[in-house]
Design a protein around this ligand. Sequence first.
Ligand code: KIV
Ligand code: ZN
Length: 556
Amino acid sequence: MQHANKYIPFQPVKLENRQWPDRVIDKPPIWCSVDLRDGNQALVDPMNLQEKLEFFKTLCDIGFKEIEVGFPSASETEFEICRELIQGGHIPDDVTIQVLVQAREHLIRRTFEAIKGAKNVIVHFYNSTSTLQRKVVFKKDMKGITQIAVEGARLIRQLIKEYQGDTNIRIEYSPESFSGTETDFAVDICAAVMEELGATPENKIILNLPNTVEMCTPNTYADQVEYFIRHLPNRESAIISIHPHNDRGTGVAAAELAILAGAERVEGTLFGNGERTGNLDIITLGLNMYTQGMDPGLDFSNIPALREMYERCTRMRVHERHPYAGDLVFTAFSGSHQDAINKGVQYMRESGSKYWEIPYLPIDPADIGRQYEPIIRINSQSGKGGAAFVMQNNFGYILPKEMHPEFGSIVKAECDRLGREISAQELFDLFRSNYIDIQQKFKLGRYSFTELSGEPSEVEFRGSVVCDGVEHNISGKGNGPIDAFFKALKLVGIENYEFVSYHQHAISSGSDSKAVTYIGLKRPDGKTVFGVGISSNINKASILGVLCAVNRSLLV
Ligand code: KIV
Ligand code: ZN
């Protein structure tokens, strides 16, 4: 990268004794969706009327009370959509629509025509104030730029008087490209607009401070917002709003720090749609607050439904790794992550904790309409814990810890062989073919157990095993059924095996209930091999487990 010296480093505002780093976010801001304007204007194919109406309804259902519906003076289509929203009765009484307009006379007049008959409206006017735009676009000095804003404000004030009636009109002013504007100038121009409009604490103006193009690290935007608020005359007559974009990929961070710096209102879009790299993603910001124990005041409990509507109406796609919403964000491939999630789920179950305490999962997927099932996916990177988790979570088989490495390496070998991840069902099929439907050199024939009298008490196994098609009668005594069977097996040459582990649990409920036994045997060569036995009789499940381990030991 040889040409870095052609870029001018950003000059942060000089803020003494900044307060925001020591604050925490303790309440949600006023939310304003700009999906239907900033989001829509950035689409390859802008939404049609039906799509905008559906999107608008969804925004109302989520709980937005302020929604920028368009730029009605920009085109006939935009004008008509605004009229349909108003005349078609689509706007709930407690929702305020917002319309954007440049600070230009004919556009402002046309905007006031578009909002006729609406109950609550925010007229949002703007002009660009940045150093660069003054130099290369408008070729005007600060005075000239201020004049544009003040004249716009004057006309709006006059039109509000003319339009007085049932419409409750509030005003928003944006010094567009605020973060690229000398902050003192941004203060001055906003103060001039406030004065022209006669803003009061009872009739506040919304001053929106766009990070139109993200220019530096998010702390510099927060500094600008705090500086602006501290220097703004008549501050209590304004609601401070922010409008972050995401050019450096830090739109959410910039919004969070700007809220710490005193912003009271936030403009953004669902999934961060918007010009270039997008606007601030309100879903991420809201759910970030939620995971800090705060209700954001917007309902994101069904992210899959929101995403479906968003993708259909905008023809955009939500990235697989998009916070909270992407396909893969609740999926752990890494073995150690899977293991930790597994332990977290177990901890929650056993401790009855009222808090969400699962490593690697900052949010309960169920809270946003996502599912647990795909949390753990199995590929060759996955560890033993992941396979065990799916076996338990999806199929109810609680594999003992000692068995995890053995089954884990079977799973890894299969993923390597296929060169892809395997599904939960494929995982279970692998378990079945390796532990249940295995090739059996030794098969259990008829058998019985007898409790022998005496102290210590003993159990006797009498029965048969079929070895390579030939039935052998065997018997043995031991301190329990497994021990007795194990001893009887010596008669068919199964010797020098050491019994190393035994685990059993019930697998299904009610009359269908079965016992699953996991048996670990150490072979004469020192290798431990596991076997699984399943039966409605617990003793039978155990001896089947022993035979399974023996049979497997001859195969692996
Ligand atoms: O990004 C921006 O500056 C805007 C303004 C029009 C508010 O969208
Ligand atoms: Zn914008």
